[in-house]
Design a protein. Structure first.
Length: 518
């Protein structure tokens, strides 16, 4: 094994680059087929970026779902803006760009693992596991602000490790910037302040006041746009935080203590499984928890002498979200974003430390991790980001086929559309698709028949002329839309038009209709 370590030291840069290429392939494989989820949130962000590119700079980021007055950071808009500019509005180009940035996480994971072990082999194993992680690949093509945290969160922990071990004078700044940008990505990630404070307290004898000042100053600089938003818009975010901390959420109030415990282990287990054995969440989570338990028991003698170890450091990283659970964190889809890197590092170090004496077992475990992730990627990623969206079939490939269907049926004539959407009666998604794709390909836009879109992004489809006969009713997947509104919308369409044809694109349905005329 020592000889192998020496060989790897000589060629690790080349191997690491190969892992980066592998990560790109895993993330880009289905992008030519337009297999990315694209719903209201993504269309909203695309419209905002178009405004930025038009010279209207923004400081307000995407809203936090379910919490009035609270917003994520604006950084995401500026990161994806160059891709939207070069791609002339294409979400696919944005997905390629975010996947490239996500793949750079291979180098970040390698470095953090190397800091913890000072060995090349476990660091390469960690980077390889991250490269083909199913969860990492899902976040790579997820067009949302949270996807940035996949690389910002581990950067935070690199800085924290360098700081408490006094390995770099830049460490407090790296920690502050990494933490600030993680919060910009997903405001709920402020819970990572808990492990930061934990390790600063443990190593308080080594922490200088000027270092704390550097950390706080760099963090405030990283979130300066969010602070500016508070001043400009009357501290609405503070009210949102008070809403959380005072337990005003009705669903949170109904939770028992045992619910939080179960939720904690379920979410943690799912995150672990999506990287080490995504084909079976129960088996993957069980294997992960057993590995964590075994690593602590095996090194109990070392841990008695010092609380700090690679196990405790990574556990504080991956498990820190427990702080957010009492405030509704259990209900946030991206509450554990950024943990993938920590899971990959733990798996890589565990395999190296406890299985390296038996090369056959090590090989079998590594092959199991790699093969199950690859199988899961090939099975799921063709359908977009399946572990996140509520409306699974709102995938760009199906949406563009639906748009094509309306134009081909109209055969060059003017036509109108109505939509049943989530959020209800908001046409932002279809306005973006027709403006970017439909108009670009067919040279004209449809007219609009439905509730007015005043105040909504994408309110640029003209109201239909009464003489336009050809009409299409686009029905998004109705999961999450109250059935009474589905019935109402369909009845409304029957009152003004007659169904002529219908085509389904998964759960996305387009009805060709003919308008009634008096």
């Amino acid at each position: 094994m020592k000889d192998l370590e020496q060989v790897l030291k000589r060629y690790y840069k080349l191997i690491l680059f190969a892992f980066f290429v592998l990560a790109l392939v895993a993330r880009w494989w289905y992008l030519p087929a337009k297999a990315i989820s694209f719903a209201y949130d993504q269309a909203r962000d695309a419209f905002v970026v178009q405004e930025i590119l038009g010279g209207h700079l923004k400081i307000l980021g995407p809203p936090v779902s379910g919490i009035p007055g609270l917003y994520h950071g604006v950084l995401y808009y500026y990161i994806i803006a160059p891709a939207y500019l070069l791609g002339h509005g294409s979400p696919i180009v944005v997905a390629y760009w975010l996947s490239f940035l996500n793949s750079l996480g291979v180098f970040i994971v390698f470095y953090l693992a190397y800091l913890l072990t000072k060995r090349v082999l476990p660091s390469l194993l960690s980077a390889l596991i991250f490269a083909i992680s199913f969860e990492a690949s899902q976040y790579a093509n997820l067009l949302t602000n949270a996807s940035m945290a996949v690389w910002f969160v581990p950067i935070l922990y690199i800085g924290l490790y360098l700081w408490i071990t006094k390995s770099s004078k830049w460490a407090p700044i790296i920690t502050g910037v990494g933490f600030g940008f993680a919060v910009q990505s997903e405001i709920a990630l402020v819970y990572h302040l808990a492990p930061i404070l934990l390790w600063l307290v443990v190593f308080r004898k080594n922490i200088l006041r000027k270092e704390l000042i550097k950390f706080v100053a760099s963090f405030l600089l990283a979130v300066s746009s969010m602070i500016l938003v508070e001043f400009k818009f009357g501290f609405r975010g503070v009210n949102g935080l008070l809403y959380l901390f005072t337990g005003q959420d009705a669903i949170v109030q109904q939770k028992e203590f045992s619910d939080f415990v179960v939720t904690y282990f379920n979410q943690l287990g799912k995150t672990i499984s999506y990287t080490i054995f995504p084909l079976n969440i129960v088996f993957g989570a069980l294997a992960g928890f057993i590995s964590i338990f075994y690593s602590f028991v095996h090194d109990i003698g070392i841990l008695k002498k010092s609380i700090f170890s690679w196990q405790t450091f990574l556990l504080s990283y991956v498990g820190a979200y427990i702080v957010a659970l009492p405030f509704g964190g259990w209900n946030m889809r991206h509450i554990m974003v950024g943990a993938t890197a920590g899971v990959a590092i733990f798996a890589g170090i565990f395999i190296w430390k406890f299985l390296s004496k038996n090369i056959l077992v090590l090989t079998l475990v590594l092959v199991a991790i790699l093969s199950t992730n690859i199988i899961k990627i090939l099975k799921e990623n063709a359908n977009g980001q399946t572990i996140f969206p509520l409306q699974v079939d709102l995938v760009l490939s199906k949406e563009l086929r639906a748009v094509d269907y309306t134009y081909k049926k109209a055969n060059g004539k003017n036509f109108s559309i109505s939509t049943l959407t989530s959020p209800l009666f908001v046409n932002t998604l279809w306005s973006y698709l027709y403006n970017w794709y439909g108009k670009g390909k067919y040279g004209y836009l449809p007219f609009w028949r439905g509730r007015d879109q005043v105040g909504q992004l994408g309110n640029n489809l003209q109201i239909a002329d009464p003489n336009i006969k050809e009409h299409f009713f686009i029905i998004e997947p109705t999961y999450g839309i109250p059935s009474i509104w589905v019935t109402y919308a369909k009845g409304d369409q029957d009152s003004i038009s007659t169904l002529k044809d219908q085509k389904s694109f998964g759960e996305l349905v387009v009805q060709e209709r003919v308008m009634h005329f008096k």
